[in-house]
Design a protein around this ligand. Sequence first.
Ligand code: ARG
Length: 453
Amino acid sequence: MSHRFLAILAATGLLLSSTPRVQAAEPAKSDAKPAFTVVKAARVVDPKAGVVLTDQAIIISGDKVQSIVPAADVAKALPADAVVTIIDLGSATVLPGLIDCHTHVTGQPTNFYEDIFRRSPIDQATTSHIYAKRTLDAGFTTIRNVGADNYVDFALRNAINAGKLPGPRILASGPALSATGGHGDLNGMSPYIRFEGEINGIANGVEEVRKKVRENVKYGADVIKILATAGVLSEEEAVGLPQYTLEEMKAAVDEAHVWGKRVAAHAHGTEGIKLAIRAGVTSVEHSSFIDDEGIKLALEHGTYLVFDIYNDDYIMAEYGRLGYPQKILDKEKLVGRTQRENFTKALKAGCKLAFGTDAGVYPHGWNAKQFHTMVVWGMTPMQAIQAATVSAADLLGWNTKVGQLAPGFYADLIAVKGDPLTNETVLEHVDFVMKGGEVYKNKLTADPVKVFE
Ligand code: ARG
């Protein structure tokens, strides 16, 4: 008797008396796939409407949601001859799979010296799948990876899409475009140090910027990342000075649009944020020193702001121990609190905000810790969930695919015990993960999880 079918019986406790019929308890051929999966849950968060529905059944066909109906109406909603797998999540709360719009999934810091000098792109390539799995297990079924040299993120995405590895859906940028000496360059070293064969995003001037965008697209970029200003975790002096001109950023945006891609701009500094918005980027990442004029511009242009406001806690607690230069720790001190205050300002002003953590700066799988920071700094739990679902999907250009549990959307869903609308920290403990109709993690029922061989 199929394991899966035993689980169905255990979960439902019955064979539905009338139509549709539940799969007979006879040995199922190993290739016999149920035509429908029905996920039942006491509570389902609908971030689009901003409400919680009770006693729902999500009807899934293939990798998509077919419909979502009151649990009592399941039989009516299915064809009479349907073969059904029911996964009853009991009292759990179901949400659409979460989306993190700012990750670096191909690595995470172990030690400043080790990371720069002892790890090659091949080390990254052979470990990044671990981080992808942790991210998925944490309930993030989609990520936008904004910056990975050597195209490691493209290879990871492709392996996941080909079904070879468990991991989230990945929109990948490849190497982030950076000015020489900028946030994406390796600074503070002897001019004689070279990393042979490295594929990075260094591009200067309009022509090189256009060429780099084309090159990234050629090798598989879904999105273009540009480093509009200086940064924290790099050794240039400033933290927020502009590093690209308006013309260079306009060229990046224009060229990206030619290829149907959007642009995400890393920008901490006040001026660089405004230049990036004026250049037409779709999102400003970090947004740390945004001023009133920047907020006004973001509102006028409809630019998304992605504030990674959890990771200051981690950097201040751990980066000294990890051997990061004092200069970097001092830069973080300048950014941390102000960024959080400006998150609150932007929220009050009504800016479009999407959830992005910069995971990879801190451990993958901890992505959901930022929900609590967002609530402490002014969001309701529902707003924080919306930032990581409907708003994030809108920023990605995937608002008809992910971020909601509605007909035609991917069957990407997660479940938690407890009520994330009154306590957002329950999102840090995801018990059930389904992506594209397949179960990847399940601590709630006996239903089996997808096996990778
Ligand atoms: N990747 C960013 C940078 O190096 C990290 C900034 C982290 N700090 C923060 N408060 N968000 O600039």
